[in-house]
Design a protein around this ligand. Structure first.
Ligand code: RM4
Ligand code: MN
Ligand code: MN
Length: 431
C-alpha cells in the first residue's frame, strides 16, 4: 500500500492563503522591532536554526490512570511513529530529531530504523531507558525498584538494560542516554534513604562506564510518582550531587513537570547552567503534577522566563553550555501530531521572545534595584507578538505558515486511519 504524505504542493497552496497577512504583519513587526534596535531578519535566522526533539512515546494517544481513548489512525509501531514525526517535521521544520524509548520503541534492526529515519530527514536524539515497568520476558521484577533495588540481581538487570539502550543508540547515531527511574517508596520506612542513593550511584557508575567517549548521560529528577512518599532522585539538588559524583559526562535533565507546584524552575535552570550541569529539558506543561500537557499551554510566562535564562547564558557564551531540547508529553485528548506541532511552535515563540529582551536595560534596572523596570523589560519582550517571525521562519524553511491548518486540510489522519487499521494489543503512548 502506498503511504500518504503531505506534499510540498499542498503546503505551497495553503501558504498562499496566509501569505498576504503574513507579509503585512511581518513588515509592521519589523518596524516595531527596528525602533527597539532589533533586526527582524536576524530573528528569523535564529528561529530557523532552533531545534527541539520529539518523543517517540508522544506520537500515540496517551492515557491516564483511568482510561485511554485511542484516536483513529494512530501509529501502531515505531515505523509509523517515524512517519508521523516526518510529517510534524515537514510542517514545522524545527523537529528533525526523535528521542527513542526502549523497549516501547525498540527496533528489530537499529540499522534499518536509522535508514528509515534518514529517508525522512530525521535523526535520533537521546535514548531513554525504561526500568519502571516489567516486560513480559524479564526475569527480575521492578515492582520495588530497579537501579536502587536492594537485590543485586535486579540492579544488574536494570544496568544491563541501560547498557543495551546505549548499544542501540550507537547504531542509531544518538549521542546521549537519559535515565529516569521510578524508584522510591510509598510508605515511611519502606526505603533506607542513604543506602538507596548509594546503590543508585553504584549502578549509575556502571552505566557511565559504558558510555562511548563522545556521549553524555542525562539524569532526570522527579519528586513523586509512581512512588508517593519518596523518590530516590527527588530534586535537582540530589541530581546535581549525583552528576558531580559521576563525572563530566553526567548532567541533570529538567523535566518541567517534575517539580512541586510553584517551584521557581527558571532559577533551577540558572543554577544548573552556572554549575555546568544542565543537560537539557523535557518540555511540557502542568497545573498540578507531571501532567505532561502541551508546552506553553498553562504557564507560558514560565516558559518564557526559562528561555530568558537560556538566551542569557548563550549570549554570555557560558562554557560547556549546549542543552538538549526535547518534548516529553502525553496527548490524551488531542491529535498527538497536532499537539507536538503546537508545542514546538510554543518553544520557538518563547525562544524568540527571549531574544527580544533588552539586556542592557535589564542589567541597568538590576544594578539600580529598580524592580518595576526590570519586570517591565521582561514583559515588553513577553507581550510582543512574534507570530510573524515564527511563520516566516517556517515558510522560508519550506514548512507551513499554519501547521495545524495545513495538517487538517490535508486529511492526514483520516488517510492514516485507512492505512492503519486497529491492531490488537497496541497501547501507544504513556498509559
Ligand atoms: C516519566 C519521565 C520520563 C519519561 C516517562 C515516560 O515521568 O518524565 O522522562 O520517559 O515518564
Ligand atoms: Mn521526562
Ligand atoms: Mn514525566
Amino acid at each position: 500500500m502506498t503511504h500518504f504524505e503531505i506534499g510540498d504542493g499542498l503546503i505551497a497552496e495553503e501558504n498562499g492563503k496566509g501569505k498576504a497577512w503574513l507579509d503585512e504583519d511581518y513588515e509592521h513587526l519589523g518596524r516595531v522591532l527596528r525602533r527597539r534596535g532589533l533586526e527582524i531578519e536576524d530573528l528569523v535566522k535564529r528561529a530557523q536554526a532552533f531545534r527541539v526533539a520529539v518523543p517517540s512515546w508522544g506520537l500515540g494517544t496517551g492515557g491516564t490512570r483511568f482510561a485511554r481513548f485511542p484516536g483513529p489512525g494512530e501509529p501502531r509501531d515505531i515505523f509509523e511513529k517515524l512517519e508521523d514525526c516526518g510529517t510534524v517535521f515537514k510542517l514545522v521544520r524545527s523537529t528533525p530529531a526523535v528521542s527513542l524509548h526502549i523497549p516501547w520503541d525498540k527496533p528489530e534492526s537499529a540499522a534499518e530504523l536509522r535508514r528509515f529515519a534518514d529517508q525522512r530527514g530525521l535523526h535520533f536524539d537521546a535514548m531513554n531507558s525504561n526500568t519502571f515497568q516489567d516486560q513480559a520476558d524479564q526475569k527480575q521484577s521492578y515492582k520495588f525498584g530497579s537501579l536502587t533495588h536492594p537485590d543485586r540481581d535486579v540492579r544488574e538487570q536494570a544496568i544491563a538494560h541501560n547498557v543495551e539502550c546505549i548499544e542501540i543508540g550507537r547504531t542509531l547515531g544518538s549521542k546521549a542516554h537519559t535515565v529516569w527511574i521510578g524508584d522510591g517508596g510509598n510508605f515511611p520506612g519502606q526505603m533506607h534513604f542513604r543506602r538507596a542513593l548509594d546503590r543508585y550511584l553504584d549502578s549509575m557508575r556502571a552505566i557511565y562506564a559504558a558510555l562511548p567517549d563522545d556521549w553524555r548521560v542525562f539524569m532526570e529528577h522527579k519528586l513523586y510518582e509512581p512512588a508517593f512518599y519518596s523518590t530516590v532522585i527527588n530534586d535537582w539538588g540530589v541530581n546535581y550531587h549525583c552528576a558531580r559524583e559521576l563525572g563530566p559526562k553526567a548532567l541533570c535533565l529538567v523535566d518541567l513537570g517534575h517539580h512541586a507546584p510553584n517551584v521557581n524552575i527558571e532559577m533551577i535552570v540558572a543554577r544548573l547552567i552556572q554549575f555546568g550541569k544542565l543537560a537539557g529539558f523535557h518540555f511540557n506543561d502542568s497545573k498540578y503534577g507531571d501532567d505532561d500537557l502541551d508546552a506553553g499551554s498553562i504557564k507560558p510566562f514560565q516558559l518564557f522566563l526559562i528561555f530568558n535564562e537560556l538566551v542569557d547564558a548563550e549570549r554570555d557564551a557560558v562554557k560547556g553550555f549546549h542543552p538538549a531540547y526535547m518534548l516529553d508529553q502525553s496527548h490524551n485528548v488531542t491529535d498527538p501530531a497536532e499537539s507536538l506541532m503546537v508545542s514546538a511552535v510554543e518553544l520557538l515563540r518563547a525562544n524568540v521572545q527571549a531574544h527580544l529582551v533588552d539586556r542592557e536595560a535589564l542589567r541597568d534596572a538590576q544594578e539600580k534595584c529598580d524592580a518595576l523596570m526590570a519586570l517591565g523589560t521582561l514583559k515588553q519582550a513577553f507581550t510582543t507578538d512574534v507570530a510573524p517571525i515564527l511563520a516566516m521562519a517556517r515558510e522560508r524553511s519550506g514548512g507551513a505558515i499554519d501547521p495545524v491548518g495545513t495538517f487538517r486540510a490535508s486529511g492526514y489522519r483520516a488517510r492514516k486511519a485507512e492505512e492503519r487499521p486497529a491492531r490488537a494489543g497496541v497501547a501507544a503512548g504513556i498509559v
